[in-house]
Design a binder for this molecule. Sequence first.
Ligand SMILES: *Cc1c(COP(=O)(O)O)cnc(C)c1O
Length: 428
Amino acid sequence: MVAPTKMKEALAHLAGTDPEIHGVLVREEARQSEGLELIASENFVSRAVLEAMGSVLTNKYAEGLPGKRYYGGCEHVDVAENLARDRAVELFGAEHANVQAHSGAQANMAAYFTLIEAGDRILGMDLSNGGHLTHGARVNFSGRLFEPVFYGVREDDGRIDYDEVRDIALRERPKLIVAGASAYTRIIDFEAFGRIAREIDAPLLVDMAHIAGLVASGHHPSPVPHADIVTTTTHKTLRGPRGGLILCTEEHAKAIDKAVFPFMQGGPLMHVIAAKAVAFREALSPDFPVYAGQVVANARALGARLVEHGFRLVSGGTDNHLLLVDLRGSHEELTGKDAEAALEAAGITVNKNTVPGEARSPFVTSGLRIGTPALTSRGMREPEMERIGDWMAEVLSSPADSERISRVREEVREMSTSFPLFPEALRV
Ligand SMILES: *Cc1c(COP(=O)(O)O)cnc(C)c1O
């Protein structure tokens, strides 16, 4: 049962030429349509963003920058990239934007090599406390090419302790401080990070990948006035195509552009850059703050319902789009891994996550990370969040009861399909 979108018509040609891949696309659209997507880093783009992405711009090589390309025939893609840059600058009040980074990880790599040298010490948030792989994890380039030291969150309240960050910075004297997180439920005090960085005379890199949409809408304080460079993904709360974005002061503009190309990447993905421009325009519209406000309201409503059911939330609640459930507070024996699997069987997609003071491995964990950006894009509000909280409690109270899970799966499907993937009324 696939939602009646124009997608199927658009795929008619593919159906004839490559039925196997066509089948994947149709089944994935059905999965997205019939389930409840609560992965905090995911979202559903508008049809306009999809159209720009699935376009002839993918055919074009455009190494270099608008007006300064190494290839001919760039007069139209130049317009797209200039629009993307201008809109990003306007949206975030930055001095300069580079829209070519293929992903958030690439944006971070370019930022590192703009500000520091291989072998330099960096101070970032520990992965198991909510940081990101690219903030110094040993398995990532950032932990191999630089010398990472870490701060975390307080175990009792799950919050960053800025005095502790300052103590570590004064002791370790990193050449760069990295702020930003993938699993942190509270407002991050970028001003405090800026003060600490200035005190040790190090630059500040803020990676706002998860919260960029909330920053754009004013629902989270902006890092732009406090950081030398701000990086983000464009596909999370910002609701654009999969990709990266770098914002910086005029001082770093030339160096950032060179760090992306030719240092790190080859040709930019012009179809994705055009789709970024479309997404930034959507984010500049008056509808977007309404959407972002609802994302936060939905996270609060879902969190409150889970607490009513006896779940423990890291930090006790949320200021943003995500919740971290510490299963040790309510289901001592249940791992994040098993909870994720039981919910998946019921059509509710979340991801297992480590919690502060985690004793289990990152492949097992004692927590769940839950986010509301995607379902809010489908038009769901507080009443739906409350039903979802009830279903989660029901499934996790008996994760082996397959009959009960099948019943929940049917109820989930019924509610999901009544909220189309492309509720264009919500769009610009
Ligand atoms: C998602 C994320 C990234 C990486 O983005 P990719 O596009 O997957 O490379 C980097 N930093 C943070 C904080 C993130 O949440």
